[in-house]
Design a protein around this ligand. Structure first.
Ligand code: PEP
Length: 253
């Protein structure tokens, strides 16, 4: 039985004041929820404060990225061990915004995945196709390339301690959501590809959907066989929306 996970990716949003209001509303609204695992991933500068605020709550905290290196002359980067040290449990790797803006390729993302696990973090590995890829019928080829790079670098058993987020790039922040059928099709493809290496790992692996998930479309997505929760961007900044999405995931459990 896979426990759903709903993780909020705050991206480059927030302020001390806004974070404090959001977290207090989330704690009030989510305090009793047990059937779903919850996490928020704020900008790095706010991590210590957010971790402190959420200590003792049922909401975990994660980073939005980490270095592929353990330490050294990498200006601006943050090592996985630093995230672990301050109390992070997970970290997003390979988000499409970084694949695009920072030119992170699949080999680099795979190295970040390995480094994150070495530091004791659960990587949330993002994969997903661009609009042109989907239109050209290349969705599975793109997702397979992104996934295989990590399977090859880390080994399939590493996915016992990882989560995948399928995020069609054309649905991120656009208001366009993959239909539940489109999402389920790719989620099943991902699970089958992992099963090709190890069926047990695949059966236990959580695969989240991300891309304009809102309160009103969450239940339709989370009800499907291979969708185990969501990675939530914009709606994670709105307490009522995030709470409704988390409740939809809990009901799908
Ligand atoms: C994301 O950034 O991971 C994401 C899914 O964003 P949004 O929900 O805003 O589409």
């Amino acid at each position: 039985m896979r426990k759903p996970l709903v993780a909020g990716n705050w991206k480059m949003n927030g302020s001390r004041d806004a974070n404090s209001k959001l977290l207090s509303a989330l704690q009030d609204g989510l305090g009793d929820l047990q059937a779903v695992q919850l996490a928020v991933c704020p900008p790095a500068v706010y991590l210590p404060e957010v971790i402190d605020t959420l200590s003792g709550s049922n909401i975990e905290v994660g980073g939005q990225d980490c270095s592929d290196e353990a330490s050294g002359a990498y200006t601006g980067e943050i090592a996985g061990s630093m995230l672990t040290e301050i109390g992070c449990r997970c970290v997003i790797v390979g988000h499409s915004e970084r694949r695009q803006r920072q030119n992170e390729d699949s080999a680099w993302v795979a190295a970040k995945f390995v480094a994150a696990q070495a530091a004791g973090l659960t990587p949330i590995l993002c994969v997903g196709e661009q609009k042109e890829d989907r239109e050209a019928g290349r969705t599975e080829a793109v997702v397979a390339e992104q996934l295989d790079a990590v399977l090859d670098a880390a080994g399939v058993e590493a996915f016992d301690r990882a989560v995948i987020a399928y995020e069609p790039v054309w649905a991120i922040g656009t208001g366009l959501t993959a239909t539940p059928e489109q999402a389920q099709e790719v989620h099943a493809f991902i699970r089958n590809r992992v099963a090709g290496r190890d069926p047990r790992v695949a059966a236990e692996l959580r695969i989240l959907y991300g891309g304009s998930v809102k309160a009103d479309n969450a239940a339709g997505l989370f009800g499907l066989a291979d969708i185990d929760g969501g990675l939530i961007g914009g709606a994670s900044l709105d307490a009522d929306a995030f709470i409704a999405i988390a409740r939809a995931a809990a009901e799908s459990a």
